[in-house]
Design a protein around this ligand. Structure first.
Ligand SMILES: [Zn+2]
Ligand SMILES: [Zn+2]
Length: 504
């Protein structure tokens, strides 16, 4: 890599770098993959899983034909009761050990446990504007896509076992270890079932749940490969060239070491480009469903438009741990930055490396609606009129404020607007001499800036500091020592009305 290329890379967004690397190593069509297990509600980690792959597939389109396949691991065994379904614990426990695609939907609204959460995932993907080719592992198995490879893995069992042991850094392996898990023909349990005998695609098994002893053949597709073997195998037959994994999968001895080893030692090929993504954090702590740390996806969507959530996830380097916090401290700076970045392409004001990366992150968000209004102004007007329509008109961007209105309303209700923007007009007390003197300088035709400047003129005239004048006026207007943009506030209230209230 020469110097100019190194310089170029420093300016690139992470999604551009990954796409460039992949395109340098592989030939199109570029298949990007991602996936989840539909074992519970969609959480913010799921967003990372499908959004990062989406960003990369969009970037790869600049290098050639690219596609994006999202795999739902619905042939995994049901192994826990998700928090929101605790009331259905009894039903779920009965189906424990079955593939998620066979277990019942405890709520009864879908044809299986998996389908219940797949529907939710698809809905959320749609909200975020992500449209991959959505594939169910249960279908890949039932269509026989794995069969050829399952046979290879079973024939070479001892060799595969050694590869798994070494790559996962395990001291010992169970004596009855086998590459596949047979599905019990009687009770449909798949978890921990054991293969007792194997020959030429035929096998005898014992069910760990009902103790049934049966026999079957790989061609009948009643099995699942172990997770560490399933992953590289599906990458192989789906021709995946790039796929991500969280830091956990990338740890030494983690799943991806086995994935790579299986590709190299069993399938005799190079693994796909495997990128790593960092953890999601909430104020320094790792997001955790069980500990209730972090936002839920639904909460995030009530606090911010999907575009803005995408921006927060796309902006930092993919490998970094990232803070996903929407609160009183972060929302306003985020909105300001988003609006500023939205104007960069137009104003061509991309003066530095960091800004260029932000612009690419913004463009990956496929923003449909951007607001031009200053949100602090909109809040100021709302606090005066308690009417978002009016606040939109006064901020000069009725459409933008209208778009943000549902979120702004929630922020107001939940106390997420910084205190300095919040006030209530009082004007009840008798106005003091300094306030009256200031108001006497105001004319009905003055705009916000002229009103603001009048404060400084009064301060100079009286030989005092401007902040003293501000304090007096705010004290009378809103009963606070300070407040947002005095000129705009008085302008919005109307000079005439304010003067009348003060008896000037
Ligand atoms: Zn359902
Ligand atoms: Zn059974």
């Amino acid at each position: 890599m020469d110097e100019s290329e190194k310089e170029e890379i420093k300016n690139m967004h992470w999604s551009e770098i990954i796409a460039k690397n992949v395109a340098g190593e592989r030939k199109p069509p570029f298949v990007v993959a991602a996936g989840i297990t539909p074992s519970g509600p969609v959480h913010p980690g799921t967003l990372c899983e499908f959004l990062y792959a989406h960003a990369i597939s969009e970037q790869l389109k600049r290098h050639g034909k690219a596609s994006y396949v999202f795999i739902s691991d619905d042939f995994d065994a049901l192994d826990s009761v998700p928090e929101p379904l605790k009331e259905h614990e009894a039903t779920i426990k009965e189906d424990m050990g079955m593939p998620l695609a066979y277990a019942r939907d405890p709520k009864g609204c879908h044809k299986s446990f998996a389908e219940h959460f797949i529907a939710e995932t698809l809905e959320i993907m749609k909200t975020f504007g992500v449209k991959p080719e959505f594939v169910r592992a249960s279908e890949l198995y039932s269509k026989g896509k794995y069969d050829k490879y399952a046979r290879i893995l079973c024939e070479r069992k001892d060799e595969v076992k050694k590869v798994v042991q070494e790559s996962s850094m395990r001291e010992t392996m169970p004596a009855d270890w086998f590459p596949l898990l047979p599905l019990c023909e009687k009770c449909k349990n798949i978890d921990k079932n054991v293969v007792l005998e194997y020959k030429d695609g035929w096998y005898k098994y014992k069910c760990s749940k009902c103790s049934h002893a049966g026999e079957d053949r790989i061609e009948n597709h009643h099995y699942k490969l172990l997770f560490r073997l399933d992953w590289p195998t599906r990458q192989k037959f789906l021709n995946v060239v790039v796929e991500g994994g969280s830091v956990d999968h990338h740890s030494p001895g983690g799943t991806l070491s086995t994935v790579c080893a299986i590709h190299r030692k069993i399938y005799n090929e190079e693994p796909p480009y495997l990128y790593k993504f960092g953890l999601l954090k909430y104020k320094g702590k790792k997001y955790s469903k069980s500990k209730g740390i972090g936002h839920t996806v639904n909460e995030l969507l009530t606090l911010a438009p999907p575009e803005l959530i995408k921006y927060v996830l796309f902006r930092p380097d993919v490998q970094e741990d990232k803070e996903l916090v929407m609160d009183k401290e972060t929302l306003f700076p985020l909105l300001d930055e988003f609006r500023r970045v939205s104007q960069m392409r137009e104003t061509q004001d991309v003066s530095n490396r960091a800004d260029r990366k932000k612009l690419i992150a913004f463009e990956l968000c496929e923003v449909k609606k951007i607001w031009k209004a200053d949100i602090a102004d909109a809040i100021l007007y709302y606090n005066i009129y308690h009417d978002w329509k009016k606040a939109g008109e006064l901020s000069g961007d009725a459409g933008g404020v209208g778009f943000l209105k549902p979120y702004l309303s929630v922020w107001m209700e939940r106390g997420l607007v910084p205190d300095r923007y919040m006030f209530e007009i009082s004007m009840k007390e008798k106005a003091g001499g300094l306030v009256k003197h200031f108001l006497s300088k105001l004319e009905p035709g003055m705009d916000a800036e002229a009103i603001h400047n009048a404060v400084f003129a009064v301060a100079q005239e009286k030989g005092i500091e401007a902040k003293e004048v501000f304090r007096e006026i705010y004290g009378w207007l809103i009963g606070k020592d300070a407040g947002p943009r005095l000129g705009k506030m008085i302008y919005a209230l109307g000079v005439k009305k304010v003067k009348e209230a003060a008896g000037v």
